[in-house]
Design a protein around this ligand. Structure first.
Ligand SMILES: [Zn+2]
Ligand SMILES: [Zn+2]
Length: 224
């Protein structure tokens, strides 16, 4: 017996069953956090919000009722890491070992901390290793023992990963502007990242070196 999308929604099952057409994927609604009764409710709710309102960064960053602000930040950081993986896949076509043998944003060269001892890596190597490091941090029971109740003492981990991940965006902006703009116009990922960094004071303002984005990026009338 086959089960239609409508039936899966009717049974409260939020899953893309085998054979679901691409345009029908994720076609259930998560209008309220209360309606999602799973351990990962905040994650599901955030992903649902992003699918419907990707360019409404204010709405995405707003902390929903029933979620601790730092727990909402945690869910955002996990989601940003997921999306950054796709971002790097796109960047990889232009950012090569030969073209970008070291990690630079504007002038400064950054050493990669994704090794036993910091050392220079190509820009793409740095980006991948830094993303791996951030994912490991977020998955670490020592750094984040409970994703629904993140302690103030864990903020330093967010600060460290945001400072390093920022360089990935900055490298794309200063060295691969077309990729940066193409990505930003379809994902608004940097806008979300920097809004969170400012809201939670995760990085000094002096380290935010990408100028305010032009209005052509992140057109609020264009939804994906
Ligand atoms: Zn590069
Ligand atoms: Zn490295």
């Amino acid at each position: 017996m086959s089960i239609s999308i409508g039936e899966t929604m009717g049974h409260g099952l939020r899953a893309n069953l085998p054979g679901t057409r691409e345009e029908d994927c994720f076609s259930w609604n998560c209008d309220s956090l209360d309606a999602i009764k799973t351990e990962l409710a905040a994650q599901e709710y955030l992903q649902s919000l992003i699918r419907r309102r990707r360019f409404d960064v204010d709405a995405l960053v707003e902390v929903p009722l029933g979620v601790e602000p730092l727990a909402w930040l945690y869910e955002h950081m996990r989601q940003i890491c997921v999306e950054l993986g796709f971002y790097l896949t796109s960047l990889h076509s232009e950012c090569t070992e030969q073209g970008c043998p070291v990690m630079r944003a504007s002038e400064t060269t950054y050493y990669c901390a994704g090794h036993g001892r910091p050392r220079p890596c190509s820009a793409m190597g740095y980006s991948i290793h830094t993303l791996d490091y951030a994912v490991r941090q977020l998955s670490s029971a020592a750094s984040f023992p409970d994703r629904r109740q993140v302690a103030e003492s864990s903020v330093k981990h967010f600060q460290s990963m945001v400072r390093r991940l920022y360089r990935v965006f900055a490298h794309a902006y200063f060295h691969h502007r077309e990729v940066f703009e193409r990505q930003e116009s379809t994902t608004c990922l940097y806008a979300r990242f920097v809004r969170l960094a400012r809201r939670y004071e995760l990085t000094p303002e002096s380290l935010i070196i990408i100028p305010e984005l032009p209005t052509t990026i992140g057109d609020p009338g264009f939804h994906v």
